[in-house]
Design a protein around this ligand. Sequence first.
Ligand code: FES
Ligand code: FES
Length: 153
Amino acid sequence: MIPVEMTVNGRSVALEVAPGSFLLEVIRDALDLTGPKECCLEGECGACTVMVDGISINSCLVLAAEVHGSAITTVEGLATEGLSALQAAFLDHAAAQCGYCIPGQLVAARAFLDVNSHPTRAEVREALAGNLCRCAGYEQITDAVLDSAGVPS
Ligand code: FES
Ligand code: FES
């Protein structure tokens, strides 16, 4: 087992992980944060997206031992005092249908907006290209991201 210390949604966490444990399974199974979803497990869908030190990554592809010392943000960390403006915009635009992809979409969008606070529609689509939505709610998701940034959609 490998000792790992990290900050998850602002909380310090210390645990021991198996060398082959992926970050997604540690987040979901050991930390009981089930926002990040298990889906393709191949880096293709983005359902498992979390931020590591502000950068969105597919947590199904990253070993938990690799993020020792890092700050992790899951969708649970986006809401502090009630829903964030980004989450509220998703609600306003009915961007969630079955909802399975939405935690990943939200985290990817948050990481993107943190480096581009006034994006174009094309930039939002490109930023979220790795987050697939089987319900095909792409237009509503894009509208929500733009709205939360104060950009007319
Ligand atoms: S579950 Fe990680 S990218 Fe699909
Ligand atoms: S809302 Fe159903 S997969 Fe995106």
